[in-house]
Design a protein around this ligand. Structure first.
Ligand code: RTP
Ligand code: MG
Length: 138
């Protein structure tokens, strides 16, 4: 069944000029780009997005990183989008990411790992609503 997921091309990948290459991987894998913009967010906005991780030791560093430069939030649609995007992204730590995954190709470290993808339908709904208004999706 067709499903939507939420993704972010993270500041490290945008800075390195990987935006178009990552978008090409996403389209090649069969995702329709339903929403796309280039923005930067404040530390407080990053903290709101990653609120589920607020107790983790990496929270301060992660939210500083995510507010360190431009990001490209995306809404993506295809059958089984949430699980399939996670597969296409590869493991959180690029050292453990499978060959051919976006993180294997473009990520620099466990934190600066090029791309975000929602992990469940509830988080996808929250994350899409955090970054996009309904009229921005088509
Ligand atoms: P994401 O949420 O960004 O799609 O990544 P994920 O599910 O693979 O990883 P998650 O556990 O949700 O962690 C969110 C992001 O926090 C950074 N991180 N740093 N220093 C560390 O040990 C560490 N662990 C995670 C990464 O940027 C990770 O994507
Ligand atoms: Mg996650």
């Amino acid at each position: 069944m067709s499903e939507r997921t939420f993704s972010i091309i993270k500041p490290d990948a945008v800075r390195k000029g990987y935006t178009a290459a990552i978008l090409a991987e996403i389209e090649k894998a069969g995702f329709k780009i339903v929403g796309l913009k280039k923005i930067s967010i404040s530390k407080v906005q990053a903290e709101g997005f990653y609120a589920v991780h607020s107790a983790r030791p990496f929270f301060d560093s992660l939210t500083t990183f995510m507010s360190s430069g431009s990001i490209v939030p995306l809404v993506l649609e295809k059958d089984n989008a949430i699980a399939d995007l996670r597969k296409l992204m590869g493991a959180t730590n690029p050292a453990n990411a499978e060959e051919g995954t976006i993180r294997k190709k473009f990520a620099g470290s466990i934190e600066e790992n090029a791309i975000h993808g929602s992990d469940a339908p509830e988080t996808a709904a929250f994350e899409i609503g955090y970054f996009f208004a309904g009229y921005e999706l088509a």
